[in-house]
Structures are given as structure tokens and as C-alpha cells.
Design a protein around this ligand. Structure first.
Ligand SMILES: Nc1ncnc2c1ncn2[C@@H]1O[C@H](COP(=O)(O)OP(=O)(O)OP(=O)(O)O)[C@@H](O)[C@H]1O
Length: 958
């Protein structure tokens, strides 16, 4: 045998190496990218050819070896890539994978090799044509075999892309009869008489694909990551018998698709009837500059060549087998299940430790199912403090929150992580989470003011933590926890705000932006993080977004509009490209590096949690926590509802922490206690002033309750004014009902005049409070004449007390004169007397002047409710009104608000609508109006429930 020369040896070795590599590639990893496979395969074929051509005469043996190697390699190719489709058992093929066709195995190339002895070896090498990676428009000449050849393209592509190939088979001459199987293809455009209409649809699709997937970096659909591709389809548009029976418009549209479509995955194949005429003025080469002969893969318009080598599909058995297989094929999994992401067995939960990092797998990319994660804290010295999420409606933002919350809740115990879950103004996304053991606060329909107060609360918590760390000599949360949490375990706190633009609404002073900057820049070292979301990153009303964003490293984006993406500054060009490709619900792009291009973003799909699964997980979490003896301490706030007295945390803490009525010292301690611990945060609490606290509703923050404290000081009276009956009667009834909080029955006196209209729905509310909560210990009158008896007595009592020495006076019980619906007390209307001075006509009413002026210093407090300011003015002088320390106003006109309060604020209480009802408390001594949601009377059932709650608490102290 003739020695191979060195060049040939090299070629042989190179070919062997390639063959081995290719086999390995196919064998070792079914998931290896197809393009890799195809490049190797292409190289192998080239090498075979080169080898053959240089082998010349003396290497027949080598040549056959090469061909044997090649065939061995080809035999191992996945079924849809096999050169001979007929050799595949399609009934056994699963159609479970897409093979993106950069090249299409197409026909056999006939190669002739002179063997030196005069003989010529003829070998057939499979030939591939560049397909979706090219800009070509292929044609072959039309003849009786055309359909078979078209079938070859269709079925090859359908097998290669069972989930991503679409077909438009245009057959105007035979009206679709050439392709009877069209209906059975998984994705197709049915073509009726209006060919142009279908072609226009395709053009629109091209534009859509261009704008969602393609840009400078990713020029072709075939280059888009398959994970991102989602439902985008590669399309083959076949024009049978072209251009016969095609009108001018269709021809032009087809040409436009052929020229712009390939990059967007739309290829045109012309079955070219070269005897047919194009309409006047149209020329094939001008219409289709990229036209190529499918057999020659050349742009020469040579006819009839290579036909003999083309593989066509004639076998209807084979076509049926492929169509059956396609219909059996399971649609590609578009939902990633949550059980792929977290452990489903509760015994495996709460094993992670949040000392350094809090991490939540929320989904996966490619074949990996849980590699998309959001983490907060510190990892390899890299910090990730806070995150933000932007997604258009329907992109799957809610599901992402659920995945995030439940992923964390399953990995970390409630002692390790606690949530503040805040829904925007109209939001109820987090409504299922009050039962979550990890939820410290859940706020639904959150008002802007409340949302801001949550940030303030977290800043307060941060300061408390920092003080603690400092006092113990620790630098931060991590070092404190690493030292074994000497003062008790502190959880990482995770604030999640949906629709976080709520923070910046009605915010003239820019408080929301400032609070956010402070949290973003300072809170990480205290173990406090935030993850905020909206439809965009930068939201209306936010000032200095850059100051905030520079501290928010974690950026999470889902499907967004093209314009939105273009104007994004929170991601670099590469990130934007990935976001553009998020065309389906659940697709997500994540950067922990501020979206910069230098560090690749993660992209994939968020695991989907069905509602039932969510509820099941929640109840399993509750069970697990209860088994450990844990209690649920979630504070639930709902901005759309009026608060209930029974939910008052301060009231409940007072009774929970004092089995017996507190003594003076205990009262001081409780009053001084901060609100977040259930105390009153009231520093001035001197028993000598006999302070009495009454809660009126809920403040616009997490822990604060709206309250008035009456002390034995000047002017400690109250006016409650405004036209909401629910609020007026609710506040007043509950105020009366709270008497026993402050003193035992002997230590207070209440004289009630209830002028509510008999038969109205508000009638009886005050009586119920007296009966259920006070055991009828208040004197209760419906007529002024009855009340006047008590009024006279109280006036006499005042005189008596004024004559007492101070200590004796202080021992006397506090007296509350309460008049409900005072606008209906005609005795309270001052009239001109004989000297032109204003005076009450009724004798007893004249006691009010002295009681207003001096009563409260001697423990006698007046509390009036009026439905309007005019009536207040008829009853009292301007000075009297100004003197009253506590004024609670409901929505009223600007003028009335100013007249009563010297501020117009009470005219703005209901700017967003009638519900919920807001009230304003002005403490004349503090001069700081505070808005709150008052307790309201809604119906007898609610009233009874709240009064019962009080009665039970009081029973504990009797
Ligand atoms: N990760 C996901 N995978 C698959 N389907 C999902 C995924 N997330 C959401 N979906 C589907 O999309 C629907 C809408 O999701 P979701 O409510 O999370 O969207 P959203 O962006 O919050 O919408 P909106 O802003 O309108 O409330 C869901 O009911 C679900 O069917």
C-alpha cells in the first residue's frame, strides 16, 4: 500500500478527531446545542471531501474508511437530522425536542474521485443548505415531483421543530389540494382565496418579532436563546406554482417577506414555474435578490440540475407517522412548577440560615429548574441590599411575589425572616398572607401616608438595631448574628411593596422619596431589605430616583412594552435585549449587579404556583409553626375598611399584659412604652393629672392608634364635628364604652344626653354602649330637661371641687358630660339677651360656660358631637371653641374647616372618595393635625361584637 504523504496524514487525523468529537458531542449530551452539533458535522463533511480530493489515486482504502466513519457519525445524529428521513422509525420517535435549523439536511451531493488507475469512485455525501441562519429565498423548478419536494421541507422542519415550526402552504392553482395534510400540522396559517391577507399577517408578524427579539446584538431569531423564544415560531412559506395564479400584490408581498423574513425566522420557498410570466414590469431577480437554487445552493438560475439527488417524500405512511407523532407530542412545558423550586416536604423546611444571606430560588432557566434566585445580604463579600421589579400587567408579577415569599418562607424559619407586605392603594395581592407565620405586617389597599409610615417604621427599627449593635460592640447584623445573637435572635426584615408609586402620592414634601433613599442607603447592615415593584422602575412622583437606584443592585424585569424597554436606564443594552425577549408570562430577567452589561443577567422562567398550591403551602407553614409553639402576630391593615376597636393593639396589649387593673406605676410604664410594642408612646403620663385615654380609631401607620387623653388641665374637652353619622356615632359610642379602661365604676361618672333621632339607624347606639360596656352606669337622658338635673349637679360639684384642697379634689372621680347630636339641643343655642349679649335661654345651659372654662382642671370634661360647624358657632363663642383642646373633624367645607380648626385640612379628607372615612384630630396644644380612620358604627352586629370584646376585657379587671 502506498504511504500516505504527511498532508494526507494530517487530514486523516483531523478528520478522525472531528468524527470522535462529533460522536462524543452527540453521545454525551443530548442537550448540547444543535448549532454546535451542526458546525461539527459540517466540518466533518468538509474534511471528508478534502480528504477524498487530495487522496487521489492511492487512497481508496482511506477514502472508504472516511466514508465509513462519516456514516457511523451520521447514524448517531438525532432522528430529525438524519439524511434519509425514510430510514427513521417515526412511530418510535418522541417529538420532544426542538432542533433549530441553522442548516437543513437536504440532498445528497455526488462527488467523483479519480482513483489513479483510471477508475473513478462516486460517493454520495449528504448536503446541507443554510436555512434560518441565511438570508436566502430558495426555489426549485416546478414539475410533477414538486409536491414531494415541498413535503420534504415541511416534514423535515416539522420533525426538527415540533413546537416551533409554522407553515403557510400557498397553493392557488389547486386551491390547497396539493397539501391535504395542512390541517393536521400543529401550527399553520390556513390560506383561503385572500392570499394577500395571509401574507400581510406574516409581514406584521415579522415586524413584531423584530421589535421583540431582535437588535444589533441579536440579528436573527435563530440566535435567540431557546428558553426566551417561548411561543415565537419559525415559519416556512411555500408558494406552489409561482407565479401562476398569483396577483401582483401577492407577488410583491411574497417578495417582501422573502427579503425581510429570514432574520425573523420566516423563509420563503418558491416552487418556480419558469414558463409562467410575471406581471408586467416585475422581474424575478429584482423581486428576489437572494434567490437560490435549493439543489445547487447557488444564486445561479440554472434549471434542472441536481434533481436526481433530491430526496422527496412520497410515502404517505411516513407522513402520517410524523403527523401522528406531532399530535401525540406533549406541548412544550411552558409552566415551571413550584415543586421544582422548593422542597415540598415540610420536614425539610426552615433549614437555611439568614445570618449572611437570604436567598429565594424563584424559577429556572433552560433545563435547570431552580437556578433563578433573588438574594439579599452578602455573598462572597458582594452586597445585595435591595431589589426592584418592573413588569407590565399580566407579565406574572403577582406570581413572582408569591414565588418569592413562599420560597423564603419555606427555607427560613419565622425567627429568621419576617415580612412587611404592603399592597398599593388598590391592591390586595397579599391578602392571603396574614396567616403566614413570617408576616409581621400585611397591609392591603394601603394609603400613601401609611405606606410612607412603614418606611419610617423600618428606619426606626434600623436605628434601634444599630443602637443595640453599637452598645454590644458589634458593627452590624451579620457580626451580631455570628456572635450568637446575644440579645436574642433578630430576623432579617423583608419589606415587599407592590405598586410602590403609592409611596410618592400626595407627597408635596418629598418625604416618600427621602425615606426610600434612607432605607436604600442605610438599612442593609441592620438586616433590613426591600423589594419593591411596579409597572416601571422609575415611577411617577419619585424624586431623585438615581439616589435610590444606586443602592438597589437587584433588578428584576418581566414583560414590558417596547417603548418602556427602550427608555430603561436600569439595564444595559444586553439586559434590555433579554427583557425585550420576555414575551410570555413568567419570563424574567434578573441582575444582582445593577443591570450592567459586564456581568451577564440571569434569564428564565418563574415557577408557577397555582392558587390551591399556594393555600396548601400556607396552611402547611401555619401547621409547622404551631407545632413549634409559635404564635401568629401579624398586624393586618386594610386601607379600604374602617378599623375595629376590637383589633386595637394598644388596647389589647394593655389587657394582655395586665391581668389586674394596673396601678399607677404600671400605667406609667404602659403609657411610656413605644407603640410598636403595644404601648401608648405617651411620655407625659402623670397620675396626679388623672389621665384618661380613649381610642377613636386607627392612625395612618402600622402601630399607631388614634386617641385622646383627658387630663386635669385647662380646656381638656372635646368637640366632634362633621356630617358622617357613622363616624360621629361610632367614635362617641366607643369613647363612652371605654370609660372602664381608665377607672373602675366608682371612679368615673358619665352623664349622657343622646339627641339622636328616634327611629333613625343611629338611635340606640349610645344606649348600647352604656348598657353593654358600662352596665348602665352612665346617666342616660334623651331630653335636655332630664339632663339638666345632672348638669346642675355637676355645676355644683365644680363649685365644691374648686373649694377643695388639691389632694382631696384629685381623689374625686372624673366626670364626663357627653352630648350626642348637640345640634339638636335647642337649649344650646345662644340668643341675644336684653343687653344685646349672647346667652343661653335655658338656665342650666348657662353652666356650660363655667364648665368649659374651669371644669377640666377639676376633672370635669365636656364632650360634644355636632353635625355641622354652624351649630357649634351658635352654641359657643369663638373663644370657647378655640379653647377646646381636642377637636375631631370629619369631611367638611373649606370654610367650616377653617372656622373650626384654623386649617383647611378637614376639607381634603375624602378627596379620594367617600370610603374609607377619615377624620382629623387637632390637639390645640400640639397644633399638629393628625389624620386617622375613625371607628364607625356600621350595623348593630358590628357594634355588639366590639362592645362584647370590651366587656370581656373589663370582666378580667373586675
Ligand atoms: N411563571 C408563570 N408561568 C406560567 N404562567 C404564569 C406564570 N405567572 C403567571 N402565569 C399566568 O398568568 C396569569 C397572570 O399572572 P399574574 O397574576 O401573576 O400576572 P400579573 O402580572 O400580576 O398581572 P396583573 O398585573 O394584571 O395583576 C396567571 O393567572 C397564570 O395563569
Amino acid at each position: 500500500m502506498i504511504e500516505l504523504d504527511s498532508e494526507l496524514k494530517d487530514a486523516t487525523l483531523a478528520r478522525q478527531r472531528l468524527a470522535e468529537e462529533l460522536i462524543e458531542c452527540i453521545d454525551s449530551n443530548a442537550d448540547s446545542s444543535l448549532s454546535e452539533l451542526q458546525v461539527l458535522e459540517q466540518d466533518l463533511l468538509t474534511q471528508v471531501k478534502q480528504h477524498a480530493s487530495s487522496a487521489v489515486a492511492d487512497s481508496e482504502q482511506q477514502l472508504s474508511q472516511s466514508l465509513a466513519d462519516m456514516n457511523a457519525v451520521l447514524a448517531r445524529l438525532p432522528e430529525p437530522l438524519q439524511p434519509l428521513l425514510e430510514r427513521v422509525d417515526w412511530n418510535a420517535y418522541a417529538f420532544d425536542k426542538n432542533y433549530l435549523p441553522r442548516n437543513l439536511p437536504f440532498c445528497f451531493e455526488k462527488l467523483e474521485y479519480p482513483l489513479g488507475d483510471g477508475r473513478t469512485a462516486v460517493v454520495r455525501v449528504p448536503k446541507e443548505i443554510p436555512f434560518y441562519a441565511s438570508d436566502y429565498c430558495y426555489f426549485f423548478d416546478s414539475d410533477e415531483d414538486s409536491v414531494n419536494r415541498i413535503n420534504y421541507f415541511v416534514f423535515r422542519l416539522a420533525a426538527m421543530l415540533p413546537y416551533s415550526s409554522q407553515f403557510t402552504l400557498i397553493d392557488p392553482l389547486k386551491m390547497g389540494q396539493s397539501f391535504p395534510y395542512t390541517k393536521r400540522l400543529p401550527f399553520k396559517r390556513m390560506v383561503d382565496n385572500d392570499v394577500a391577507k395571509v401574507l400581510e399577517d406574516i409581514l406584521n408578524d415579522i415586524v413584531r418579532i423584530q421589535s421583540t427579539y431582535l437588535d444589533n446584538n441579536t440579528e436573527r431569531l435563530i440566535d435567540v436563546d431557546e428558553e426566551i423564544l417561548g411561543n415565537a415560531k419559525f415559519e416556512l412559506i411555500v408558494a406552489k406554482d409561482f407565479p401562476q395564479a398569483y396577483d401582483r400584490r401577492s407577488i410583491e408581498l411574497l417578495a417582501k417577506i422573502a427579503n425581510t423574513g429570514p432574520k425573523a425566522g420566516k423563509m420563503v420557498l418558491l416552487d418556480l414555474d419558469n414558463k409562467a410570466e410575471l406581471p408586467n414590469g416585475l422581474q424575478l431577480k429584482q423581486l428576489f435578490p437572494e434567490l437560490r437554487d435549493a439543489y445547487l445552493n447557488s444564486n445561479q438560475l440554472t434549471w434542472g440540475l441536481g434533481k436526481g439527488f433530491a430526496e422527496g417524500i412520497k410515502s404517505s405512511d411516513m407522513m402520517n407517522a410524523i403527523l401522528d407523532g406531532l399530535s401525540r407530542a406533549k406541548p412544550k412545558e411552558t409552566k415551571l412548577g413550584f415543586s421544582d423550586v422548593i422542597a415540598t416536604d415540610p420536614s425539610q423546611w426552615w433549614q437555611e440560615d439568614a445570618t449572611e444571606v437570604l436567598s429565594a430560588p424563584i424559577g429556572g432557566s433552560g433545563s435547570r429548574k431552580n437556578d433563578i434566585e433573588l438574594w439579599f445580604g452578602e455573598r462572597n463579600k458582594q452586597p445585595s441590599s435591595h431589589g426592584m421589579l418592573a413588569a407590565m400587567t399580566g407579565a406574572g408579577k403577582s406570581n413572582l411575589y408569591h414565588a418569592f415569599i413562599l420560597s423564603i418562607a419555606s427555607r427560613y424559619s419565622p425567627e429568621d425572616v419576617q415580612f412587611y407586605l404592603i399592597d398599593g392603594k388598590q391592591g390586595v395581592e397579599f391578602q392571603n398572607y396574614p396567616q403566614l407565620p413570617h408576616a409581621r405586617v400585611v397591609s392591603l389597599n394601603t394609603s400613601p401616608q401609611l405606606a410612607r409610615s412603614v418606611l419610617q417604621e423600618l428606619l426606626d427599627e434600623m436605628n434601634r438595631r444599630n443602637d443595640l449593635f453599637k452598645s454590644l460592640g458589634f458593627s452590624d447584623f451579620i457580626s451580631y448574628r455570628k456572635a450568637g445573637s446575644p440579645n436574642g435572635k433578630l430576623p432579617r426584615l423583608m419589606l415587599v411593596i407592590d405598586e410602590y408609586q403609592t409611596l410618592f402620592e400626595d407627597d408635596k414634601t418629598g418625604l416618600g422619596s427621602q425615606l426610600m433613599i434612607n432605607i436604600a442607603s442605610q438599612s442593609r447592615s441592620a438586616g433590613i431589605h426591600m423589594f419593591v415593584g411596579s409597572q416601571k422602575f422609575v415611577v411617577p412622583g419619585m424624586s431623585q430616583p438615581q439616589a435610590t437606584f444606586s443602592n438597589i443592585n437587584l433588578r428584576v424585569a418581566m414583560k414590558m412594552s417596547g417603548e418602556e424597554i427602550t427608555s430603561l436606564q436600569e439595564f444595559g443594552a444586553k439586559g434590555k435585549q433579554l427583557i425585550r425577549a420576555c414575551t410570555e408570562t413568567g419570563q424574567v430577567v434578573v441582575s444582582h449587579n445593577g443591570g450592567v452589561d459586564e456581568v451577564p443577567c440571569d434569564t428564565g422562567r418563574v415557577a408557577y404556583i397555582e392558587e390551591g398550591q399556594r393555600k396548601q403551602l400556607l396552611s402547611q407553614l401555619v401547621d409547622k409553626w404551631q407545632q413549634q409553639g409559635g404564635e401568629n402576630q401579624t398586624v393586618l391593615l386594610d386601607g379600604s375598611e374602617q378599623p375595629e376597636l376590637a383589633d386595637n393593639l394598644q388596647l389589647n396589649t394593655l389587657f394582655a399584659s395586665h391581668p389586674q387593673r394596673p396601678n399607677e406605676d404600671q400605667w406609667i410604664e404602659y403609657a411610656n412604652k413605644p407603640q410598636h410594642l403595644g404601648g401608648l408612646n405617651e411620655n407625659e403620663w402623670y397620675p396626679i393629672e388623672r389621665p384618661s385615654v380613649f381610642w377613636l380609631g386607627k392612625e395612618m401607620n402600622i402601630h399607631g392608634q388614634a386617641k385622646v387623653v383627658f387630663r386635669r388641665r385647662a380646656n381638656e374637652h372635646m368637640l366632634l364635628v362633621g356630617d358622617s353619622n357613622e363616624a360621629r356615632s361610632g367614635m362617641l359610642a366607643y369613647l363612652v364604652a371605654q370609660m372602664p379602661v381608665n377607672a373602675s365604676t366608682e371612679q368615673y361618672q358619665v352623664h349622657l344626653l343622646d339627641r339622636s333621632i328616634k327611629g333613625s339607624q343611629w338611635y340606640g347606639v349610645m344606649g348600647a354602649a352604656n348598657q353593654q360596656a358600662l352596665n348602665n352606669s352612665a346617666s342616660f337622658s334623651e331630653k335636655f330637661s332630664d339632663f339638666a338635673v345632672h348638669l346642675d349637679a355637676v355645676a355644683a360639684e365644680l363649685d365644691k371641687r374648686r373649694a377643695m384642697d388639691e389632694e382631696d379634689m384629685l381623689a374625686e372621680p372624673s366626670i364626663f358630660l357627653v352630648i350626642n347630636e348637640a345640634q339638636r339641643v335647642k337649649e344650646l343655642v345662644k340668643q341675644d339677651n336684653a343687653y344685646g349679649m349672647k346667652e343661653y335661654a335655658e338656665g342650666s345651659a348657662n353652666h356650660f360656660a363655667a364648665l368649659l372654662e374651669h371644669g377640666s382642671e377639676y376633672g370635669i370634661h365636656l364632650i360634644f358631637s355636632f353635625d355641622n360647624v354652624r351649630s357649634v358657632s351658635k352654641a359657643f363663642d369663638r373663644n370657647d371653641i378655640e379653647g377646646v383642646r381636642h377637636k375631631v373633624a370629619l369631611q367638611m367645607s373649606e370654610e367650616d374647616s377653617f372656622r373650626l380648626l384654623k386649617t383647611r385640612d378637614a376639607a381634603k379628607l375624602q378627596v379620594d372618595g367617600k370610603k374609607p372615612i377619615y377624620a382629623l384630630h387637632i390637639d390645640q396644644m400640639q397644633n399638629r393635625p393628625s389624620k386617622f380612620k375613625p371607628y364607625c358604627y356600621n350595623d348593630a352586629v358590628g357594634l355588639e361584637a366590639n362592645l362584647n370584646h370590651l366587656a370581656q376585657l373589663f370582666a378580667q379587671w373586675n
